[in-house]
Design a protein around this ligand. Sequence first.
Ligand SMILES: Cc1ncc(COP(=O)(O)O)c(C=O)c1O
Length: 413
Amino acid sequence: MKSERLVKIAEEFGAPLYVYDSGKIKSQYQRLTNAFSGVKKLRLNYAAKALSNLSILKLLNSFGSGLDTVSIQEVKLGLLAGFAPEKIIYTPNGVSLEEIEEAAALGVQINIDNLSLLEQFGHKHPDIPVCIRINPHVMAGGNSNISVGHIDSKFGISIHQIPHLLRIVELTNMNINGIHMHTGSDILDIDVFLYASEILFETAKNFKNLDFIDFGSGFKVPYKEGDIQTNVEELGKKLTERFNQFCEEYGKDLTLAFEPGKFLVSEAGYFLAKVNVVKQTTSTVFASIDSGFNHLIRPMLYGAKHEIVNISNPKGRERFYSVVGYICETDTFGSNRRISEISEGDVLAFKNAGAYCFTMASNYNSRYRPAEVLWHDGKAILIRKRETFDDILRNQVDTKDLFQPKNQKVAVK
Ligand SMILES: Cc1ncc(COP(=O)(O)O)c(C=O)c1O
């Protein structure tokens, strides 16, 4: 989005603020759909965890997307947004049997990633079809926290446990209707996808009643002009060919599923924050903004490098700034970045702020979470209000006169 547009939106709704461009989400959805147009049955299940505002979920639903969820709350949000239960897949990790049963009762597709719960669920509900999450033991992903398909990962059922898994299926008489993997996020090399897919095809041969194979996600998006990204078109060509060949061998047209989060919403998002102070120290010029890692934690958590632009002065002379937040510990968004000259009161825009940004925001330091705005069909629409002090107090219980301040005299009646 253009700087002038973002400045106007910040003037109207205030900052800090998240802004999402619905047009970009749509074009990314179409790009991935086109890349796999050679597959007879394709399903994109948007990963709700990336950005779970109801209006965003409704937008994705309007494209025909399915939904990938990881908690019962995300399942409920999806249903509220209008997704049909059969278009929601629920892929939890380490949750209780009760939570899985609650999701199953809502009619969504269950995906189980450990043998213990598979056996318990199969014994109790042999008639409910289940997808299984496989761990293909592939090291993939841009950061150790988001590499989830390797041998030491807590996710999925190891491919070496397939014989055990088959014994459970036989014993419980349950129906396995899908197999799934997700090896990590920010995977650049399409050969990693293709290699892991071969493992999934090999595993699939063990199950006779499959309806779909879910290849997870992990597409890397560009974080700045000219940045490297997953070549989804090339992946589409190669995987489509291999998938169609597999379906022929299997004797059925299966659905090819993906569950992209970042690919669909990362580049559509902008985080806008005002500069409170420009502070020159002996070695650095800091721009302190009216925000912190309570609003955007990815730089501190993953070392993510969000491009930062001064939208109030986009054509100014560039200088080096370290952009920092107001949190009571090191809270750096970017060190020594070249940004056009910053004055106090300017608004900075952080790019790629659509995925895993608002959904990871917190009230740390008792700060309010920002508002969210959707830019749709030439209009800026408020889709989440900025929090207020009431939100900070909402669930706190007033214990009345349980404690008295030490040095204050108790009022005598
Ligand atoms: C099971 C699962 N599917 C899909 C995704 C979405 O990944 P990405 O945002 O890289 O597309 C994730 C991300 O953590 C995930 O854990």
